[in-house]
Ligand binder design. Structure first.
Ligand SMILES: *Cc1c(COP(=O)(O)O)cnc(C)c1O
Length: 608
């Protein structure tokens, strides 16, 4: 697929792979039994490139996922080697001078042993090939969630890619020798009687019991490791990969994420683009830092024009949501938007609770000056993630209650749009007054929709997490609404956190959280037994695999509600609010992916 830049000399090739069965079966020749087997073979081959991120709760799902990772990795490596050989034949000594393979998360990490395998097949010595791989690979970490750092069962690997597994064993042997020579096998802390002493090495071995730890392999076998926002890189150094940082401090770098202004401003918001270009010219399309010149143009006249454009985008979105999802939202409402994958750490549930708190306050006449607000959600849940689906269901139940309650529905509306994707994002983001990125501090590596919203002139209500921090630093902290515990506090309270105590001592929170189980909403199960009860338990009782409220919703919820009320109040001064919005746009230059990619090219890839 051609990736077209500007000018005819600026076209790159994106290679896409499709899996097919090796044999082009002539189905007519088979008897019934053979026919079924052949169809099964054909489907199983084609499935490899059919579904992205299949449900991997089941064994079959895991097998498919590993086959996918191996298939795409090997296809790309074989292509890279084929083109290298066209230049140099089988003399591979220049390979790492001419090639960088950037591992975008752990998903393609199987490429490391696969490259070693392919090079040794070409006649290279094992250790030489491993050295070449370590020079060619670099690893971008995208998450600190333990469950998202992939670990593959060794028996699964042995059964699907046995040759590759053998190479992983040899790589692990090299690592273990290296760590032992550095004393990493010595006991750390007090050795308790009768227990095997802990060593630093325990947190570093690639083959860890029955599992292959992909992030460790990526870190060991790369020349660089990077995080995707300043705080995230710091957490990698201090926590997630701390033993590795101690061993190889020079490998760690930060590359704060970015988004492209060609899609996320020029294409999706032509009205705001024209307004900007009228004021400062069109240089921003290639150099987003140029938006800084908007700052001196934030006059009352321009602020009013900006509000006119925002209204236009909100009207367009309202009409689209009406058509697509059957809910009418008045474009005169304030638009408060949270769109992103559904995950507990992103805390859509906390947003839902805050809406219920506002609902109760409105019903009781406690918010006489409330600016009418539309709370808009968009998200997909991973197919096997039951709790995420329960949260979607809960928000839809809230929407149903509020939108049909004539006592409040002229003051608030709630909508969960269906099939949220990039095309929907292009309509939603330009229409936001407020954007929500409210992850528990320390959990969201960066976030990128925060950047898309910033460019389009929305203020962020958010936690001190991911790229929110850098956004607030660039736009000015008074132009965002920051609340909640910071990482240091979360680390401090972690071991003694008692959400039940907060729940018992705060009647408003208790009432809101209990809407999960008080019988007003339907979760398909009998009241008190269904998926909402499971959510309620996850907050107050915990589960076998986590402590109660492991994303600290009850800690942050009171501050969050007050912050939302404060934003709602500030919005009444439409000019003052629009100034904040324009300060966001004017200072979003740092968050262009042009800046990010230039940093990768010069600081990691040695591109001149
Ligand atoms: C940008 C984008 C994301 C990423 O959102 P985050 O808030 O950064 O997690 C997810 N889905 C779509 C469709 C997007 O456009």
């Amino acid at each position: 697929m051609a990736i077209i830049g500007t000018g005819t000399d600026n076209i790159n090739t994106l290679r896409l792979w499709e899996a097919e069965a090796v044999n082009d079966f002539n189905f007519l020749e088979f008897n019934n039994c053979q026919y079924d087997a052949a169809v099964k073979d054909k489907n199983s081959a084609e499935n490899i490139s059919k579904v992205l991120y299949p449900n991997d709760n089941s064994h079959e799902g895991k097998v498919l996922r590993l086959k996918q990772q191996y298939f795409f990795s090997s296809a790309s490596l074989q292509d890279i080697l084929k083109r290298y050989k066209q230049r140099h034949g089988t003399e591979f000594k220049w390979f790492a001078d001419e090639t960088v393979i950037q591992l975008n998360d752990t998903h393609p990490t199987i490429s490391i042993p696969e490259l070693v395998r392919l090079l040794t097949k070409e006649g290279c010595d094992f250790d030489w090939a491993l050295g070449m791989a370590r020079a060619a690979f670099a690893y971008t970490n995208h998450t600190v969630m333990q469950e998202a750092l992939e670990k593959w069962d060794i028996n699964l690997m042995k059964s699907i890619i046995p040759e590759v597994y053998e190479i992983i064993v040899k790589i692990n042997d090299r690592l273990v020798n290296e760590l032992k020579s550095k004393g990493y096998d010595q006991p750390i802390g007090k050795v308790k009687k009768g227990e095997t002493p802990k060593t630093k090495m325990d947190n570093m071995v690639i083959i860890d019991g029955q599992r292959v730890h992909m992030a460790r392999m990526a870190t060991y076998c790369s020349s660089y490791v990077n995080g995707v926002a300043a705080i995230h890189t710091q957490i990698l150094k201090d926590d997630t990969l701390k033993e590795w940082y101690e061993l190889y401090p020079e490998r760690f770098q930060n590359k704060t994420n970015g988004v492209t202004q060609r899609r996320w401003l020029a294409l999706c918001n032509p009205e705001l683009s024209e307004f900007i270009t009228d004021l400062i010219g069109k240089k921003w399309i290639r150099n987003l830092d140029d938006l800084k010149r908007l700052e001196s143009k934030i006059t009352d006249e321009n602020v009013d024009k900006f509000n006119g454009i925002k209204y236009q985008k909100k009207k367009e979105l309202s009409e689209f949501i009406q058509k697509h999802d059957g809910v009418w939202i008045d474009p005169d409402f304030m638009f408060d938007i949270q769109v992103k994958r559904l995950h507990e750490y992103k805390r859509q549930l906390m947003n839902a609770f805050s809406i219920m708190a506002i609902y109760f306050r409105l019903k009781e006449g406690k918010l006489p000056n409330f600016t009418p607000t539309a709370f808009i959600f968009g998200a997909k849940a991973a197919p096997g993630y039951a709790r995420a689906k329960a949260i979607i269901k809960y928000i839809n139940e809230i929407a149903n209650l509020i939108n049909n309650d004539p006592e409040v529905n002229n003051k608030m509306k709630v909508v969960f749009v269906s099939n949220y994707n990039v095309s929907y994002a292009e309509k939603i983001i330009p229409a936001a007054d407020i954007h929500e990125q409210i992850s528990t501090a320390g959990t969201e590596a960066s976030g990128t929709s925060n950047m898309k919203f910033m460019i389009n002139g929305a203020v962020t209500i958010g936690t001190w997490d991911g790229a929110n921090i850098e956004i607030a630093e660039h736009a000015g902290i008074d132009n965002e609404y920051i609340f909640g515990a910071r990482v240091e506090e979360i680390n401090e309270i972690k071991d003694t956190y008692d959400p039940k105590k907060i729940y018992e001592s705060n009647a408003e929170l208790k009432r809101v959280i209990d809407t999960l189980v008080d019988g007003r909403f339907s979760d398909g199960g009998k009241t008190g037994e269904g998926s909402f009860k499971e959510l309620h338990d996850s907050l107050l009782e915990g589960a076998s695999w986590h402590q109660a409220d492991h994303y600290f919703i009850l800690r942050d919820l009171p501050e969050y509600i007050e912050t939302k009320i404060r934003v709602n109040n500030d919005y009444k001064d439409r000019r003052a609010f629009a100034r904040k919005c324009l300060m966001n746009t004017a200072n979003s230059g740092q968050f262009s992916s042009d800046r990010t990619i230039l940093q990768y090219a010069t600081e990691l890839w040695r591109v001149k």
